[in-house]
Each structure stands twice: as structure tokens, then as C-alpha cells.
Design a protein around this ligand. Structure first.
Ligand code: BGC
Length: 522
């Protein structure tokens, strides 16, 4: 690994024993299902808003425009602010609720936030499925957003705390896997529900969100809380018994990890206001990552594909059916590539995946931009499109999705959840979720307008950011593979850039242990 990458992979001072027990595996799989609700929503909205019966009922002006529109400029066909506002309102709600969730997650445990998330989402799905008026749709969507804010704040933290550190990457990516499964299932359902005679299929699509909501509600009631959170809330004995069960090793073998968790919790308890704490200079590396990682994740442009794949495929000349089908194909690629990431993340490391994914996305974006530019030019009138052309575009879009799905997709949730020390973990994770939601909102809100104005250059716009984020990873993100979560502070002290923020404390306590550092510094 180059020097800029910080300490070598797996170079932590400590190696807590811990097996991949059936108990921890099942627990993490159940918790990871929290991603289903997020994924289901991402996948369902685009398809529903392109169903004519739905538009006619709730957005008649958009419907009339769509019907009357005989424009030959394909780039501007779908430019409707009302509709994008409907889709993206959820993200603003999620942003707000993740801030509330931070307090609940810290004070009452990760589990309760997951249950809240499920319940709010269930209420939103009910309201949407039975909607008669636009207000029911909007209020329903806001409830869905509140639900997502809670689960996205708590689930990644839960997974990273539960997992034995050697398998943390794989177990955490279960969350992203659920997101991708949610998206795929939603795409497939839309495909079939859109065909229902009588045009009420959208009710099934929206109401279907009740299923993933029920899964996470039941799951969260059955789950144990993490030892880290139990200790933080004073339940020390229970935490020790839990840790023993989770790790599947002997009582003496968990001693070191347990003591470190207690010490981290002692430090954490002294912190009255984690938000103010987060602004302290020594947390600058973590704060920067909490902001930049989700920002970059969204600036890959992935949600242009996730939200608008049918619209996009329509734009490049596919019929309605073929467009929905292509969305299903990208959905399958998304799930498959996430499995690759689960396999490789604790072997090849985070940085390798980030960089490989970046290069792959970049190449695909350039090819897609060139292909669309060549045929559609600037006036958006392609004439007849040969079949091979459509195949090439879909192929490169699939390769782009694969690149994302084994890099920024899962790592955008994994890396932040594993680098925050306990005392700021919950607050910092809220920053991560909020920034993710703001930029998901922004991309969703401006995509159609950007397509209309930037035309094929839109892909170049996102390609530019992919270059920037890859350089960022190369120079500023140390490897986090194989390092216990409560030991993670060490990686900054040896990093060429970040050490200036944490160096003072490192020098004071040359034995370098994270616990000692924060134990005395707070
Ligand atoms: C992102 C979503 C995206 C999804 C695609 C997630 O990690 O946060 O915005 O739609 O991946 O699979």
C-alpha cells in the first residue's frame, strides 16, 4: 500500500478473538434488512410516476403535458418540477428525522431507532396505498422519509458494532445488499403492476412497502442491542454476556475487547454534547469523511439511473415495456455486484474497491456520453436508432452500475459507520445520513432539468466528480480493513495529512492506544 494510504491494512495493534458465529450472522442478516425499506422506495418511485393512471389521478397537468407533448427533443421530454418534488420530498424528511434518530440511537439504543423506522415507514406505506388525494400521498411520503432517516442512521452502526472486526465489511454490506434487493423487487413489481387493467396497479406498488416495513419491525423487536450500546447505557453485565455469545469465544478471550468497550464508553459518557464534540479539531478527519463520503456517493450520479432508468431508456429510444425491463436488468446487476463486494471487502480492502470502482464508472460515463452525444447531438433528435446502439448503451450502463455497486454504494455506508469513535458515533452518523439525503434530493430534483440543458454532457458532469472522488480516496482515505472499531482512531495519527489534527494527542500518549488517548483527552 502506498504511504498516503496510512497504516498498512490490518496493522492495528489489537486483534480481538471473535468467530463468525451463526448467532452474529443471523443477527446481522436480520438487522441488514433495514435496508429493504430504503431500496424499495428508491426502486418504486420512478416506475410509479411514469404510470399514466397515477399521473392522471394526482398530477393531471403533468399527465396532460405528457400526452400532448410531441416534442422531438428527447432530452427535455420529462422535465416536470412537480413530479420531481414529489419524489424527492422524502429525502428532506429523512434528513430531519436522522437528526432526531441520533439522540434516540445514543440514549435508548440502536434497536429502538430501527423499530421506529419500521413503524413510520409502515404508516407511510398505508397512507400511500390508500391515497385518494394528493395530500395523502405527500404526508405518506414524508412518513416514509422519517422511517428511512431512522433506519439509515441506526442499521449501519448496529452492523459495524456487532460484527467481529475481521468480517465487519462483509456483514455491514448486508445493509447495501438489502437496499439493492429492495430496488430490484420494486422494479420487478412495477413492471407487472403497471400492466394491471383498470390502472390501480400503483396502489399495489406503493402499498407493497408495507411488507419490508413489517419485516424490519418484527426483526428489530427480536434483535439484541449491541454490547457497545448496552455499556453506553449502563447495562455492563448484560453487555458482557452478550459479547460472549456474539463472539463465540471463552470468557477470558473477550476480556480485552470488553475492557476496551468499557473504556470507550467511559470516555463517551463524559461527552455531554456530541455535536459540539464533533466540531473539535481532533475529530476533523471523521467530520470530513462524514460529509465528503456521502456527498461523493451521490455525485457518482447513481440515482440518475436508479430513479430514472425507465425514463432514461425511454429517452434513448426504448418503448415503455423495454424501458421497464432494462431497469430490471440494471437492478439484477446491482445486486450481483454487491455480492462481489461482500466477498472482497475484507480481503482486498476498501481502498482497492473504491479506486477500481471509480475507474470503471469513469470509463462507462465517458462511453455513454459519447454514444448519446453521437446519436442525439445537441438538438436531441436521434432519428432511427439501430438495435446494436441500444445494446451498447445498456451494456455500459450496467458496467457503470456494477462499478458503483462494489465500491461507493456499499462503502458509502460502511466506511463512515466504522471510523467514528463511540463518543461521536451517533451524531456523526446523522451527519452522514443527512448529507446523503440532501444530495440525493438535489440530484433527483435537478436531474431532469440538467438532462434538458446539459444534454449528454450530464454524464461528463458526473464523470468529473468521479475523478475528484477517486483522487480524494487515493490521497486522504486510509485503509480501515481489519482494524477493530474502537481502535480506529489510530489510522489518522499515522496518515500524512490527517496526523496534523490528531498528532498532539498521539505524542502525549506514545503507546498509541485509542482508548488511552480519548480517555485522557476528554
Ligand atoms: C445509495 C442510494 C442508491 C443505492 C443504489 C445506496 O448506497 O445511498 O442513493 O440509490 O445505493 O443501489
Amino acid at each position: 500500500m502506498p504511504a498516503v494510504g496510512g497504516i498498512p491494512a490490518g496493522g492495528s495493534g489489537k486483534a480481538y478473538p471473535g468467530k463468525l458465529t451463526p448467532y452474529v450472522t443471523v443477527t446481522c442478516i436480520v438487522a441488514a434488512m433495514g435496508g429493504l425499506i430504503f431500496g424499495y422506495d428508491i426502486g418504486i418511485s420512478g416506475g410509479v410516476t411514469s404510470m399514466n393512471s397515477f399521473l392522471e389521478k394526482f398530477f393531471p397537468s403533468v399527465y396532460r403535458k405528457k400526452m400532448a407533448d410531441k416534442t422531438t427533443n428527447q432530452y427535455c421530454q420529462y422535465d416536470s418540477q412537480t413530479l420531481t418534488m414529489f419524489t424527492s420530498s422524502l429525502y428532506l424528511a429523512a434528513l430531519l428525522s436522522s437528526l432526531v434518530a441520533s439522540v434516540i440511537t445514543r440514549t435508548f439504543g440502536r434497536k429502538l431507532s430501527m423499530s421506529f423506522g419500521g413503524i413510520l415507514f409502515l404508516a407511510g406505506a398505508l397512507l400511500n396505498g390508500f391515497a385518494q388525494e394528493v395530500w395523502m400521498l405527500i404526508v405518506g411520503r414524508i412518513l416514509l422519509g422519517f422511517g428511512i432517516g431512522f433506519t439509515n442512521q441506526s442499521v449501519p452502526l448496529y452492523l459495524s458494532e456487532m460484527a467481529p472486526y475481521k468480517y465487519r465489511g462483509a456483514l455491514n454490506i448486508g445493509f447495501q445488499l438489502s437496499i439493492t434487493i429492495g430496488i430490484l423487487v420494486a422494479n420487478v413489481l412495477n413492471y407487472f403492476f403497471a400492466k394491471i387493467e383498470g390502472g390501480w396497479g400503483w396502489r399495489l406498488s406503493l402499498g407493497g412497502a408495507m411488507v419490508p416495513a413489517a419485516i424490519i419491525i418484527v426483526g428489530s423487536f427480536a434483535l439484541p442491542d449491541t454490547p457497545n450500546s448496552l455499556i453506553e447505557r449502563g447495562k455492563v453485565k448484560e453487555a458482557r454476556a452478550k459479547l460472549l455469545k456474539i463472539r463465540g469465544v471463552t470468557d477470558s478471550e473477550i476480556e480485552e475487547e470488553f475492557n476496551d468497550l468499557v473504556a470507550a464508553s467511559e470516555a463517551s459518557k463524559k461527552v455531554e454534547n456530541p455535536w459540539r464534540k464533533l466540531l473539535e479539531r481532533k475529530y476533523r478527519p471523521q467530520l470530513s469523511m462524514a460529509i465528503l463520503i456521502p456527498f461523493f456517493q451521490q455525485l457518482t450520479g447513481i440515482n440518475v439511473i436508479m430513479f430514472y432508468a425507465p425514463v432514461l431508456f425511454n429517452t434513448i429510444g426504448f418503448g415503455d415495456d423495454a424501458s421497464l425491463m432494462s431497469a430490471v436488468i440494471t437492478g439484477i446487476v446491482n445486486v450481483g455486484a454487491t455480492l462481489v463486494s461482500i466477498y472482497g471487502v475484507d480481503k482486498w480492502g476498501r481502498r482497492f474497491l473504491f479506486l477500481e470502482g471509480g475507474v470503471q464508472m469513469l470509463i462507462c460515463q465517458i462511453v455513454v456520453a459519447a454514444a448519446i452525444g453521437a446519436k442525439f447531438g445537441v438538438d436531441g433528435n436521434p432519428g432511427d436508432l439501430p438495435k446494436w446502439y441500444a445494446i451498447v448503451v445498456v451494456l455500459f450502463i450496467c458496467m457503470y452500475v456494477a462499478g458503483f455497486a462494489w465500491s461507493w454504494g456499499p462503502l458509502g455506508w460502511l466506511v463512515p459507520s466504522e471510523i467514528f469513535p463511540l463518543e461521536i458515533r451517533s451524531a456523526a452518523q446523522s451527519v452522514n445520513v443527512s448529507v446523503n439525503m440532501i444530495f440525493t434530493f438535489a440530484v433527483a430534483q435537478i436531474f431532469l432539468t440538467m438532462l434538458c440543458h446539459l444534454k449528454f454532457g450530464l454524464f461528463i458532469f458526473f464523470a468529473f466528480f468521479v475523478v475528484v472522488m477517486s483522487l480524494f480516496v487515493l490521497n486522504f482515505l486510509p485503509e480501515t480493513k481489519g482494524i477493530p472499531i474502537e481502535e480506529m482512531t489510530r489510522i489518522w495519527g499515522t496518515h500524512w495529512y490527517w496526523k496534523r489534527f490528531v498528532a498532539a494527542e498521539e505524542e502525549d500518549y506514545p503507546n498509541g492506544g485509542h482508548v488511552e488517548i480519548i480517555g485522557k483527552a476528554v
